[in-house]
Design a protein around this ligand. Structure first.
Ligand code: SF4
Length: 377
């Protein structure tokens, strides 16, 4: 089993918190980029291990691709790779790009899941983070997708914005739940070095919300969504039963994936990761010359161990130490058990047979708990 991720690094303008690789560019550049991605798929098809079950076109803003470009991309990928066993095909959209026409084109290419960056249902928040859509446009986009028979819609939200009150956040979560979308991801606003938001904080123009408020917002999120029938299946992800993201779940359980496009990462399911350059010219130039631009990195055993512990503990499925033992041996598991003991005692973790999970109180301090369980340096 394998997944494919395609990165579309185009954005009309930059959100103030974003450090993803993306830039503004015109249609000719997008044509050139689509050709390069298709070429990369052809050159790397041999790297795929097992059937391709998920395809995720993310960004950036994939919905900026014009219809013929998107159709050309998917046609090209289908010729280069065997996509006949796809179960989930997701595309990310920005609300103000969503039209009946676009959704029809997506449906025609096999898209069965749309993920939309809503971030907030409050226009003041949206202006603050420099999103180009309004709350009204997000609601309209959901309606258009439903009319277009997209039966699996995911939305992203952000909490912990400066000035965001608990009440305002509560209304956001209420609105998300009342829409009845199948999947909701929610992240705390983070200050990444080099972003405009980071600089605003440096200049004293904005202040991070108090940690206590951010924790309370997270609690509200979990409580309200669970009451509305959503499963909390990963720290930042919630789904109506049966609508957990297959693609993202495969990242968390170590399934191999092939990442195509500038700045995309790939993983072979074992010890090798590869990275494409976060540079359009290097990426496209390399492929146009018939050279794969990716760099490979061999993960050491400790890195593989840490990754497995971290990803599994972020999910509600938890970490099965029998699996850990199969991959890393008995001694490592004994060490894990010893380290986990104090978290079982203080109630931040729970155990069911061989499976360890974060308890509700552990989810709030997940980074601290998980990093204590990493391999010894
Ligand atoms: S739309 Fe997404 S990728 Fe583009 S700048 Fe905003 S957060 Fe970043």
């Amino acid at each position: 089993m394998a997944g494919i991720y395609v990165h579309i690094p185009f954005c009309k303008r930059k959100c103030i918190y974003c450090d993803f690789y993306s830039l503004a560019c015109g249609s000719a550049m997008m044509d050139r980029y689509v050709s390069a991605v298709v070429k990369e798929a052809g050159l790397r098809s041999g790297e795929l291990v097992g059937e391709v079950r998920t395809l995720y076109v993310g960004g950036g803003t994939p919905s900026l691709l014009e219809k013929p470009q998107f159709i050309g991309l998917i046609d090209g990928l289908s010729h280069a790779l065997d996509l006949s066993k796809l179960q989930e095909f997701t595309v990310e959209v920005n609300p103000d790009d969503v039209t009946t026409d676009l959704i029809d084109a997506y449906k025609a290419t096999g898209v069965n899941r749309v993920s939309m960056g809503v971030q907030s249902f409050d226009d003041q928040d949206l202006r603050f983070i420099n999103r180009r859509h309004t709350a009204r446009q997000a609601l309209d986009a959901v309606r258009v997708m439903r009319q277009g028979d997209i039966q699996n819609i995911s939305i992203d939200l952000i909490y912990g914005m400066p000035g965001q009150t608990l009440d305002k956040w509560r209304r956001n979560v209420d609105m998300a739940a009342s829409l009845g979308v199948q999947h909701i991801s929610a992240y705390c606003l983070s200050y990444e070095e080099g972003t405009p938001l980071w600089r605003m904080r440096e200049r004293g123009e904005v202040k991070e919300v108090e940690e206590e408020l951010a924790v309370r917002m997270y609690e509200v999120l979990v409580e309200q969504l669970q009451q509305a029938g959503y499963m909390h299946y990963e720290i930042s992800n919630f789904a109506l039963p049966g609508f957990e993201s297959k693609h993202n779940s495969s990242y968390w359980d170590g399934t191999p994936y092939l990442g195509l496009g500038a700045a995309a990462h790939s993983y072979d399911g074992g010890a090798v990761r590869s990275f494409n350059p976060a540079d359009m010219e290097r990426y496209m130039g390399g492929l146009e010359a018939g050279v794969l631009p990716c760099e490979r990195e061999q993960l050491g055993l400790a890195e593989q161990y840490d990754e497995m512990v971290m990803l599994a503990l972020r999910t509600s499925r938890g970490l099965d130490v029998e699996e850990l033992e199969r991959r890393f041996g008995h001694a490592e598991v004994e060490l894990f058990r010893a380290k986990a003991e104090r978290f079982l005692e203080n109630g931040t973790m729970e155990r069911e047979d061989s499976v360890y999970r974060l308890a509700r109180s552990g989810v709030m301090v997940s980074n601290d708990v998980i990093s204590e369980l990493f391999a010894d340096p």
